[in-house]
Design a protein around this ligand. Sequence first.
Ligand code: AMP
Ligand code: GLY
Length: 426
Amino acid sequence: MKVLVVGSGAREHAIAWKLRQSPRLTGLFIAPGNAGTAAIAENLPVKASDIDGICDAAKQRSIDLVVVGPEDPLARGLVDRLVDLGIAAFGPTQSAARIESSKAFSKELLFANDIPTAAAETFTSRIDARNYVEKKSGPMVVKADGLAAGKGVFMCESREDALRAIDRMMGDEAIFGASGSTVIIEEHLSGREVSAHAFCDGKTVAPMPFSCDYKRARDGDQGLNTGGMGAYSPALWLDEADETFIHKNITEAAIKAMADAGTPYSGVLYPGLMVTDEGPKVIEFNCRLGDPEAQVLLPRLKSDLLEICWAAANQKLAEAEIEWSADACVGVVMASGGYPEDYETGFEIAGLGSLEEEVMVFHAGTALGEAGRIVTNGGRVLTVVAKAASLQAARAKAYSNVRRIHFSKVHYRKDIAAPAQDARVD
Ligand code: AMP
Ligand code: GLY
């Protein structure tokens, strides 16, 4: 089977690495990929957002299955286009992807189906949004309705902060363009965050193990929000009753609601959750694997990812074998100093050839430089993932290998899966 992976991050490198292990694979392509994926697949010079380009590449190469990594091409209808061309695709259709691409849509779905989430109101008028905030006090969360590259959420400590966020999104500045012309103003939830993921085929739901990511740039959850600075799995602190509640009352309930609404959901559903004193509540739905969660989940998958994606794309997930390893994984993101703000690129990456066994390096912002050298080419550069019998063993191994890799101005968090900072990690 010939497979095309869409995307260029460490998540897509991890997907390609796992697909490579399938005995059914006869060809592996990635569009556009990075320096890491070039070693295991053929990189195609087509951007993930170029829907026509991806469809042309899939036709030209006689691709049997396309696996879509990021949300943007899903929200633009890539899966619908591929299916029209008779090419199997793993991922939701454009209307099903609204579960992530429109926060107003996902809030309505949650409320209509009694799935627990933060109380919220949706506004299309700046004046109405401001009037609503004027009557509120305490912390609030202001969110752009549409996709905003992970930056569309403002945690507001005060009414003034919330008013400022509304003005920046809905006023002349329009910082997120059309994505911010509708805003959601939400109650602030307190608790611990956990990422749930599940393979879905429209009807059948196969949950993955739980994982946790670290969004802030600096240790101790300080600094700006990023795309994710590290992750671990399993989340041993989560109790069994909450796990069962999430599977039944959140993930399965959402999949049933999507089917009932005539937009069956297939691909990966990733509910981002807050475990509050009142139980787990949905912060947001994502229509794809998390990054860096994928990098710590896929090495724990014992079964054939290609078989699972093929089964999901053909509504046969119930027949797929899906087994997970009891081992733990810890992933540490090595980033360019300055990320998520300005940073320099083009620095040579040294030490990639001297890593221990059961350590995986998934590339993101890397490129091939002169004389086959690998150089930095983005904000998040690599995710270093270690697998071991316990989280603490995996953590120690991940960091001892991070220290073998060098590039100028490297930045990484030192507290991913650290028990001292977070006594319930392990
Ligand atoms: P997002 O960009 O949608 O993934 O959201 C970024 C982060 O904002 C989430 O991972 C949470 O940490 C935080 N967040 C979003 N909504 C809420 C909420 N209602 N209460 C508390 N934190 C939230
Ligand atoms: N890890 C957060 C995300 O992928 O959205």
